[in-house]
Design a protein around this ligand. Sequence first.
Ligand SMILES: *Cc1c(COP(=O)(O)O)cnc(C)c1O
Length: 409
Amino acid sequence: MEPMSFPEHGLTEEEIRSELESHKLDERRAHWSQAFRGPKDVQEVGKRAFAKYMAENGLFSMRLPNIGDVETAVIDMCVSLFNPPEGASGTFTSGGSESIYSAIHAVREWANEKKPNITEPELVVPYSVHPAFSKACHYYGLKITRTNLGEDLRGSPRAMEDAISSNTVAMVASAPCWPYGLFDPIEKIGDIATAHDLWLHVDACVGGYLSPFVERLGGDIPLWDFRVPAVMSISADLHKFGYCPKPSSTVLWRSEDLKKYHFVHPGDWPGGTYSMTGIAGSRSCGPIFAAYSVLRYLGVDGYTNLARELMEKKRDLIGRVNQIDGLEAWDNDLMPIVIGTTDLDLQAVKAGMSSLGWVLIAAADPPLINIPFDVSTDRDLIDLFVSELADVAGQVREGTATRREALQY
Ligand SMILES: *Cc1c(COP(=O)(O)O)cnc(C)c1O
């Protein structure tokens, strides 16, 4: 593509509209992994609220009650799902990554105060936690130690305890982790955190707004939230199974005392105290009002119904993938759907699917394809996916599809 010149004269609204149209991608296969948009009616509710409040500046949420009350209401509704002790609260953020940066920043500030002898703080985590923890540690100057998983691919409490050094300040566990959709044994990890006086953060970015409703349906969800006494903070993405428009996520704090480590009030400039809710300065109110509207539109029964439908579609897709010779969809704890292989070259399967236009997310260790999977994915697209996956798997088995592609996110 030619570098675009800055237009000497502005374009017409009509020209802009047609340019935007030209960037739309109609290939449905390319949208397969772009999940979490939710059903059309839910999207509409979010979109309308987003558009209405898009131009309002959330920087004023600590000053203007018409914004602040809505943000607080979102947080109150969200934290109530995680069996909080009295006084638990949270912060609205732009995504899982920001929620994680916020938590790790608070960890560092907490450790600075509580463990002043530690000058090189460390975080101990299972190998499978999201890379946002490595980024957070890089940004905030902590060392991260990823520990070996157990045979069951869950975090190993033993390996984590062995990795604790005199500099360790916190541990992380996932509920569930992205690559495998498996929960770490959070109660056991919590006992270790308590015994060593460490902060435990639970990353429920993918599972946070799904597992409470699956639990309500009688699903087998291990204890992971504030019911585990060691859990100090939780990251949970509204823009995943909360079906809210991006960018929206939450970081939840066990108590106001812990939340205070999140805030920074520099005050060393002409404008005085610079009180923000978190990392962002100016930000759109669109995501806050959209989240508010979607949460209230769906309610507990709406989310529970969507969770039921999602779990049924998951079971169906797993059953059908498992009929394909050489592929193995896992009966994991929650989401995403994970497809491994018994004896096929999954790099060739992924390349074959890519050449048909499917955009897939994968992991290499072990070889896996991850499917975020949206409850609103329609039957026809699921049928197309399964049938083309079977074709590609057959070609790989016969040796007629040999191009390979890295298995990566
Ligand atoms: C998606 C996800 C994240 C990061 O969230 P973003 O919104 O993409 O920044 C972190 N942890 C887990 C387990 C996730 O699934």
